[in-house]
Design a protein around this ligand. Structure first.
Ligand SMILES: NC(=O)c1ccc[n+]([C@@H]2O[C@H](COP(=O)([O-])OP(=O)(O)OC[C@H]3O[C@@H](n4cnc5c(N)ncnc54)[C@H](OP(=O)(O)O)[C@@H]3O)[C@@H](O)[C@H]2O)c1
Length: 278
């Protein structure tokens, strides 16, 4: 059966890849973004009556509600809601200001919260639906210069893994996607944010901007292929709760989980020594 997709941040990268893949299978797509001209432009080659464009800055809760209402008016249902919109604030934690950190969470975490709060009543009423939250390898592993971004993605993981068992009873599925490095605009000069303060003590370790900018344009992951894989995942009866996208994500997350298991083994007796007696 053809599905209706609701995608945030559909004007570039992974969001555009998902929208195009869904349209190729004959599904309908509500492509949202805060700059609608950009979204229209990214999808101009696939424009049809199966594609609707809706304004949505995910940091704005009222816009999320209005966008879901507009999607319902347009297509009458939502089957797959993809929380994809995001950006990265990179750099040493101490050099970030409070407002810079808050903005990162406002988009990457509260953006997901706003869309989930708007879309869950629809899916609950339908007694079906699938929420796909685009997290990151940095939502499972902490990285240097990634404190703000990783915190926002870890928060998305905790939110998703906790809401999933609450809504399963209504036929609602939830999948977290943890991509490795994908060749998109995420690390582009115009998108990535850097802390505005400089603390000289950190200078010895080099400039985070130089380290991270080197990845831009050289990432292995293909957002079009990820789009196709997510369309497949949306058609599985029991989709994965966490999906690792790309061989770098598979290797990195496997190593992180194995070393965590090892830590459990290494300190198991100490861990259990905190148990109280009845
Ligand atoms: N590429 C990677 O290596 C990678 C790895 C792990 C996870 N991810 C995640 O994948 C998702 C998609 O990123 P991408 O790699 O495709 O990068 P991208 O090409 O920069 O796409 C991000 C999209 O999010 C939109 N966006 C940002 N803030 C928004 C807001 N407040 N409201 C609505 N839209 C907003 C951007 O729109 P504007 O043009 O308006 O800014 C842009 O279209 C992100 O959540 C990212 O964290 C990416």
């Amino acid at each position: 059966m053809s599905k209706v997709w609701f995608i945030t941040g559909a004007g570039s990268g992974i969001g555009t890849g998902i929208a195009k893949a869904a349209l190729r299978t004959g599904d309908r797509v509500v492509a949202t973004g805060r700059n609608l001209d950009k979204v229209r432009n990214a999808l101009r080659d696939v424009a049809s009556e199966k594609l609707a464009f809706v304004q949505l800055d995910v940091a704005d809760e009222a816009q999320a509600k209005a966008a879901v209402e507009q999607a319902m008016k347009q297509f009458g249902r939502i089957d797959v809601a993809v929380n994809n919109a995001g950006y990265s604030l990179l750099g040493n934690f101490e050099e970030m200001t409070g407002p810079e950190l808050e903005s990162q969470l406002a988009t990457n975490f509260y953006g997901v919260v706003h869309v989930m709060r708007a879309v869950l009543p629809v899916l609950r009423k339908q007694r079906s639906g699938h929420i796909i939250n685009i997290s990151s390898m940095a939502g499972v592993i902490g990285y240097k210069h990634c404190a703000a971004y990783a915190a926002s993605k870890f928060a998305v993981e905790g939110l998703s893994l906790s809401v999933a068992p609450e809504v399963e009873q209504f036929g609602i599925k939830l999948t977290l996607v943890e991509p490795g490095f994908f060749r998109t605009d995420l690390l582009g000069e115009q998108n990535v944010k850097w802390p505005s303060e400089v603390i000289e003590d950190y200078a010895n370790e080099g400039k985070p901007k130089e380290v991270w900018s080197a990845y831009n344009g050289t990432q292995q992951g293909d957002p079009e292929k990820l789009g196709e894989v997510l369309v497949k995942i949306a058609s599985i009866a029991n989709p994965p709760k966490q999906f690792y996208a790309g061989s770098d994500a598979v290797a990195g997350i496997r190593q992180a989980l194995e070393s965590r298991l090892q830590e459990i083994k290494d300190h198991e007796a100490l861990s259990k020594s905190t148990d109280g007696s009845f």
